[in-house]
Design a protein around this ligand. Structure first.
Ligand SMILES: [Zn+2]
Length: 434
């Protein structure tokens, strides 16, 4: 049904725009190749339970993938054929930007799919090889010395006796959201993120999400997009949730992060243009760097400058029963600890490359990312499950930040406009650097 709508919209558009019939024929065959791409993603999903993160296209395509259970060599051969067909029909240089981005996106997503298939067939890639092949990006390297500088600065700021980690733990123990206040704090955080988002981005009236609290996961939050402008958002309560995670998770998983990103792709590309490739989301693909990078950077977009601290002081700290006079002290430390985020990539790189084992990787996360022992073990479980995926968060955020700053400077309203354009388009990670 969605496909038919798209086809009609496309034909009407071609007629309206007075496009030559060849342009219309090309768009139609792009849709055929896009359909084959969707079916290939669903076929890989039969071999890799984490691969298909979201799918809301025709249900019979998924049923057919389940029934066929195509072999990995067969999937790879077909992907190569589709890539060849795509390569032969690159849009003209003067074509609409979105049409060019669509073509580049399909090509790169398929190359990534072939890399994932090769991995499932046993090919071993280095950490950087994997991130380049799957996510179209390589994370910069950082040395222990760089992290130690940050740790030294933290050491001067954190009062008390004992190891830095103990002092950090003691300091932030005062900023845990009490379990019985979690629901109220998250509701307030989501309201705050949503109110700021809808001021700048028009969302379909019937969009919404459901929030659930879960345990036993390797991640701290997850958005499962359902289609029809609906998400299921899960928050993992295995470990204590500190107050800064409320806005982080509400923005990242909800507004203007994953939920809004998926809603806009569905609205602008799937429904308005009939581009069905956006009704499937392969997790291990370049799309994830854009998804995670914009979800992380969405916090800055929604709460520019001092706005976050004011919101924390006036709304979230009181909702959590925390001392509002401590907002500044807490966020000064949070900002410093954020500079250790790349330590997570570095630990993952060494672990995946076989330079260190799981125990050493957990220790690395404790030492350089200041993770608690429990959190460090959770991080290693995440790397076991998702590999080089970790780069999508911080590298993705940095690439998105640079891209938006180049276009919008520091003006918050212009930044919102560019942010909306980015999450409504199929731009690739390598395209962020252009
Ligand atoms: Zn995410």
């Amino acid at each position: 049904m969605v496909r038919k709508q798209g086809f009609v919209a496309l034909a009407a558009f071609a007629a309206m725009a007075g496009l030559p019939s060849s342009a219309f024929a090309q768009a139609a065959s792009m849709n055929d190749l896009a359909e084959r791409y969707v079916k290939l993603v669903l076929a890989v999903g039969q071999h890799d339970a984490d691969y298909v993160d979201a799918y809301y296209g025709p249900p019979e395509w998924r049923a057919s993938a389940e029934a066929q259970k195509r072999t990995l060599p067969d999937i790879d051969a077909d992907a190569a054929v589709v890539l060849g067909s795509l390569a032969a029909m690159a849009p003209a240089a003067g074509a609409e930007e979105l049409v060019r981005l669509r073509h580049e996106y399909l090509m790169r997503q398929l190359q990534s799919l072939r890399a994932r298939v090769a991995m499932l067939r046993g090919e071993k890639l280095s950490f950087d090889g994997e991130s380049e092949a799957l996510y179209d990006a390589v994370a910069p390297t950082h040395t222990e010395a760089e992290f130690e500088l940050v740790l030294a600065e933290l050491g001067q700021r954190l009062p008390g006796e004992g190891s830095l980690f103990r002092r950090y733990e003691a300091f932030r123990a005062g900023f845990v959201i009490p379990k019985e206040k979690l629901a109220a704090v998250f509701a307030a955080a989501i309201d705050g993120c949503k109110a700021r988002t809808v001021r700048h981005i028009a969302l379909p009236a019937d969009q919404s999400f459901t929030l659930e609290y879960v345990t036993g996961k390797s991640w701290s939050g997850y958005n499962w997009y359902q289609g029809n402008y609906r998400s299921l958002i899960q928050i993992n309560t295995d470990l204590p949730i500190y107050i800064d995670r409320a806005v982080d998770l509400a923005c990242h998983e909800g507004y203007p992060g994953h939920h809004v990103y998926n809603v806009l792709l569905e609205k602008n590309l799937v429904r308005d243009r009939g581009w069905l490739e956006f009704a499937v989301y392969p997790l291990f693909s370049p799309q994830s760097l854009i998804a995670e990078g914009t979800a992380n950077y969405g916090v800055e977009v929604a709460f520019p400058d001092e706005e976050r601290r004011i919101f924390e002081r006036d709304v979230l700290f009181p909702a959590a029963g925390l001392d509002s006079s401590q907002v500044g002290a807490y966020y000064d430390i949070v900002k410093l600890v954020e500079r250790l985020l790349y330590a997570g990539n570095e630990g993952a790189r060494r672990y995946r490359n076989g330079a260190i084992d799981a125990a050493a990787a957990a220790k690395w996360h404790e030492m350089y990312a200041l993770n608690s022992p429990e959190r460090a073990v959770q991080r290693v479980r995440f790397i076991d499950q998702y590999g080089a995926y970790v780069i999508n968060y911080n590298l993705g955020q940095d690439l998105v930040a640079a891209y938006l700053e180049k276009r919008a400077g520091t003006d918050p309203t212009r930044r919102w406009r560019e942010f909306e354009r980015l999450i409504s388009s199929p731009r690739l990670p390598s395209g962020l650097r252009e």
